[in-house]
Design a protein around this ligand. Structure first.
Ligand SMILES: Nc1ncnc2c1ncn2[C@@H]1O[C@H](COP(=O)(O)OP(=O)(O)OP(=O)(O)O)[C@@H](O)[C@H]1O
Length: 475
């Protein structure tokens, strides 16, 4: 089989191999299959990606499923065999989504690949809809999304570093989104963390390791830390990349901006001449400048960033208290919470705000498709109808209770009667509030119905048009 002639939908080619989108014949799920030529001379290096990747299990990291070796000769033979659908096979096969043809990727025993010919390493992993690069290019990110994405990248990176690994090529093309959740991927450049102590290069356990392991230049400009060129570096290279990613989340470059065009901005950031809008938190620019510091010793750590963001919230709360603003009113908290509890609460609230947009944008493309909008509005509609029904039932029940009370009213004592009157007044206030809620819900459900029907009857937009302004406000 020709190397470029593969039946799964090709997602792209990287420096090492190609990635295909394949459908599993048994579980019907889509997987991304990275197929890398496994040359004998750098076999150790190539399988490193699978060895590093397989140890991770975290919601913000692309899920590793399996890896296996494949010889091109075997797969070429299978290509002919696979034309007959009924054929029994022990290996796990993948098929293409549309025409049902099998893809020539088969999980087999390693012994069956004794021919030291054109071996391929296949890494099967979770398929992600879109890269962060595409998401940034598609449409501006709201403050909530910037905050959510940044936090999720932080969580994923923290996990990677705690596992003793540095990514070395963190950039928006290697960060994916699946159902709106950040997934760090592409561990082709990842290596075990080393640190320099007493002039020696040591691993996480403090044992001396070969220094040349960590002297190869790797990375993607402008995300790669300057010390990568000096060829003595450690996990702090990822923090530099994180700084530039945060800058890009806030300040996206127009699509297809070249490295050359980005150069003055990078220089401006280094000289701290660029004004960064404080959209995420009060210390956004401080975090970006500190992450982009050329001296790794001056660079912020992941813990520093977290503490800095928490401090921001504390300062905001302090200002509000000084101005006499009720923190509990603004944040809807119950009162008596500590600042870090309120910080966690705000983090969750921002996240859920961002997620409610993502509930509609199922494939995270930032371009609401007709199907997604109809689905989103229908969910809202169902919710509104359900609430109206519930409120109507409650109202009926209250009226019934009141009628019963009035029937027995004259036979009650004075105190009991006063208590009843108070009860009825209270219930009537409740009823008025419920009427308001019903009114809001009915309007909401009307808007949803109108939008859902206009979208599905194709009056509003065609499949891929950007439609932020057409989403009705949901109260
Ligand atoms: N898990 C995945 N789900 C969906 N698409 C993926 C996945 N992994 C990789 N891709 C896509 O496959 C293509 C090739 O990816 P790959 O990681 O091999 O190379 P790259 O990131 O483009 O380049 P480089 O080799 O320099 O890192 C890219 O377009 C990437 O977005």
């Amino acid at each position: 089989m020709e190397q470029g002639d593969r039946d799964g939908e090709e997602l792209g080619q990287g420096g090492f191999g190609k990635v295909f989108k394949c459908k599993h014949k048994v579980d019907n799920n889509f997987y991304a299959l990275k197929v890398i030529p496994h040359h004998s001379k750098d076999r150790e290096l190539i399988s490193k990606e699978a060895k590093v990747f397989c140890q991770f299990n975290h919601p913000n990291i692309v899920r590793y499923n399996a890896s296996w070796l494949l010889t091109e000769e075997v797969s070429a033979a299978d290509e002919e065999d696979d034309n007959s659908e009924e054929e029994e096979d022990d290996g796990i096969q993948f098929e293409q989504e549309d025409d049902g043809q099998h893809v020539q990727c088969e999980q087999q025993d390693e012994e069956s690949h004794s021919i030291d010919g054109n071996q391929l390493l296949v890494i099967q992993m979770e398929y992600c809809n879109i890269t962060l690069r595409q998401r940034i290019d598609n449409a501006d990110l709201s403050k909530e999304l910037i905050w959510k994405f940044f936090n999720e990248i932080l969580e994923g990176l923290d996990y990677i570093h705690k596992a003793g690994v540095m990514h070395r090529d963190l950039n928006p093309k290697n960060i994916f989104l699946k159902n709106g959740i950040i997934k760090i991927g592409d561990f082709g450049s990842a290596r075990n963390v080393v640190q320099y102590q007493d002039g020696l290069c040591r691993n996480m356990n403090g044992s001396k390791v070969m220094e040349d392991v960590m002297t190869d230049y790797i990375g993607t400009l402008p995300y790669s830390a300057p010390e990568l060129i000096s060829r003595r570096y450690d996990k702090r290279v990822d923090l530099y990349s994180l700084g530039f990613i945060l800058f890009e989340l806030i300040h996206p470059f127009p699509q297809n901006t070249t490295e050359q065009q980005k150069e003055p901005i990078i220089k401006g950031l280094r000289l701290k001449e660029i004004k960064i809008p404080e959209v995420v938190q009060g210390s956004t620019s401080h975090i970006i400048f500190k992450l982009l510091d050329h001296d790794p010793d001056e660079r912020m750590t992941l813990l520093d960033i977290k503490q800095c963001l928490e401090k921001d919230i504390s300062n905001q709360l302090g200002c509000m208290r000084k101005n006499g603003t009720q923190v509990t009113e603004v944040y809807g908290a119950e009162g008596g919470e500590t600042d870090s509890e309120i910080y966690r609460y705000i983090k969750e609230r921002e996240k859920s705000k961002a997620e409610s947009v993502q509930d509609i944008d199922m494939n995270s493309s930032a371009i609401p498709r007709r199907k997604e909008l109809v689905q989103g509005f229908n969910t809202q509609l169902e919710y509104a109808e359900c609430m109206i029904e519930q409120y109507n039932l409650q109202r009926k029940l209250m009226k019934l209770q009141q009628t019963n009370i009035i029937d027995t009213f004259s036979s009650l004592s004075k105190e009991k009667r006063e208590e009843m009157v108070q009860n009825i007044q209270h219930q009537n206030t409740n009823l008025k509030q419920q009427e308001k809620v019903i009114d809001i819900l009915s309007r909401k459900s009307d808007t949803c119905t109108q939008f859902a029907s206009s979208i599905s009857s194709k009056k509003v937009m065609h499949e891929n048009s950007t439609a932020h302004s057409t989403i009705p406000p949901i109260e």
